[in-house]
Ligand binder design. Structure first.
Ligand code: CO
Length: 134
């Protein structure tokens, strides 16, 4: 059901330092920061030959990643994103298997303009999983 790894998202406590590290030290192609007010994050896309890394930084008062950064003060891997062909079919199959879909269970439009869902980390070995329909 799942296809390619679309991205790994890393929460960073200092966005400028994260950008400089990936661009200047690791030599990767790094986008301009993009504010995503609907998701409470500022995102920077790091393009790798086979996938992407997304650096996430809190935006606004109730950012969903603030609590994560409070617990992980050096930052950390926040989620992985797998591609699916049909997000509603994937959701229904996962829910039938007992996996929990976060929020109201309806896909939202993610940072790439495509429908996404998040799956409860306790159902996936402690890893927050994002599904993106491509
Ligand atoms: Co993501």
């Amino acid at each position: 059901m799942i296809g390619r790894l679309n991205h790994v998202a890393i929460a960073v406590p200092d966005l400028e330092a994260g950008i400089a590290q990936y661009r200047d030290v690791l030599g990767a192609k790094v986008s301009e920061p993009q504010d995503e007010p609907d998701h409470g994050v500022t995102v920077v896309f790091v393009e790798l030959p086979n996938t992407k890394i997304e650096l996430l930084y809190p935006l606004g008062e109730n950012s969903p990643i603030q609590g994560f950064l409070d617990k992980n003060t050096s930052g950390g891997i926040h989620h992985v994103c797998y591609e699916v062909d049909d997000i509603l079919a994937a959701r229904d199959k996962l829910q039938a298997s007992g996996a929990r879909v976060l929020g109201d269970g309806e896909p939202k439009i993610g940072a790439h303009g495509k429908p996404v869902l998040f799956l409860h980390p306790k159902d996936f070995n402690g890893t927050l999983v994002e599904l993106e329909q491509v």
